[in-house]
Design a protein around this ligand. Structure first.
Ligand code: ADP
Length: 334
């Protein structure tokens, strides 16, 4: 697998589960989102009714699934987990909705990818806690209204702008998760190391934090790989030396760029001489969907100061040239 990709695979879920925060107070950083959620949940509990539907947006690996589970835990509710792509027919969604018990949390990951008929079914469930299930076909088809127990939908998406307007409007609370600072990731890494029983020095945590692409999932993953290295090649302690040596073995560069990040930066510099180049041209050059390049990759590259968006297209910054070990063209950045 790709060590720095923010996407998770099945084999990794167990490893992630052990360090996943269970309560809001364990969730590192994102203070505004935490405070807002805390108010939302507490007030709902006071009133004794489920809180408004919650939309969480942000790139993969920043804690959306974790927060959905925390919402359920704080409310003392059950949680059902599904994803937009998994809901192909509205019947699939109707079955889930009608099986919810009062106060349940329904988590739909990648909610922007839900099929249109299912999305419309979801509207009425969110708004009126009822769904019309169509039975039969053609002229004889009838709509049977079914009640849905009051529930809270937690939707996750890479960017709230990907949702249709009517969908977005039905969320009473929208929170955006941003990349984590290296300082926040250090705190996160020390917490994870404690849970895993791995000794870690402060500079060891700082070294991993700086290469984690602002992403908790990647920080935890790199910690596990550096731990392996430290156990086999050293005395088991994660230090700046073991971290550097391990991350070199695993081919993680100094900024922790993932495969796609690197492909985008190299394409910009090598194929388009630094740009400017349009999003769709750039996406074709790296063999990815424009959405993925724009929603997953660019936010980090912009934040890392490697890519700039200009009216004429994407350009590589001077730092991008240097990161690839190249000399930026003269005059471009004067
Ligand atoms: P997403 O759903 O946004 O892709 P996850 O919620 O699955 O991300 O988080 C990925 C991993 O990072 C999980 O193992 C989780 O425990 C960890 N993580 C994410 N955010 C935090 C945080 N704020 N504090 C501690 N751990 C976090």
């Amino acid at each position: 697998g790709n060590l720095v990709s923010a996407y998770v695979n099945d084999a990794e879920r167990d490893a992630e589960a052990s360090v996943r925060p269970k309560r809001l107070e364990e969730f590192i950083a994102q203070h505004r989102v935490r405070e807002q959620l805390d108010l939302l949940l507490r007030s709902a509990m006071r009133r004794g009714s489920p809180p408004d539907h919650i939309l969480l947006s942000g790139p993969p690996g920043l804690g959306k699934t974790t927060l959905a589970n925390i919402v359920a835990a704080e409310l003392g509710s059950g949680i059902r987990v599904t994803s937009g792509p998994a809901i192909e027919r509205s019947g699939d969604l109707a079955a889930i909705l009608t099986s919810l018990t009062e106060g349940d949390v329904l988590f739909i990951d990648e909610i922007h990818r839900i099929a249109k008929p299912a999305e419309e079914l979801l509207y009425s469930a969110m708004e009126d806690f009822r769904v019309d299930v169509i039975v039969g076909k053609g002229p004889g088809a009838t709509a049977i209204p079914l009640d849905v127990e009051p529930f809270t939908l937690v939707g996750a998406t890479t960017r709230s702008g990907l949702l249709t307007g009517p969908m977005r409007d039905r969320f009473g609370f929208v929170a955006h998760l941003d990349f984590y600072s290296p300082a926040d990731l250090e705190v996160l890494l020390r917490r994870s190391a404690r849970i895993l029983g791995v000794p870690i020095t402060d500079d060891g945590a700082a070294e991993i934090a700086g290469r984690s692409r602002g992403t908790p999932r990647i920080a935890n993953r790199l910690l596990r790989r550096v731990r392996d290295f430290a156990e086999v090649r050293a005395d088991g302690t994660v230090t700046v030396e073991t971290a550097r040596a391990a991350l070199t073995v695993y081919d993680v560069d100094a900024l922790g760029l993932d495969r796609l990040d690197r492909a985008v930066v190299s394409a910009l510099v090598d194929s388009f001489r630094g740009g400017p180049v349009g999003l769709s041209t750039l996406a074709v050059a790296v063999g990815e969907q424009p959405d993925t390049v724009e929603e997953v990759c660019e936010p980090f590259l912009v934040r890392a100061g490697l890519l700039a968006r200009t009216p004429r297209g994407r350009v590589a910054t001077e730092a991008a040239w240097r990161h690839l070990g190249r000399t930026p063209p003269n005059g471009t950045f004067g």
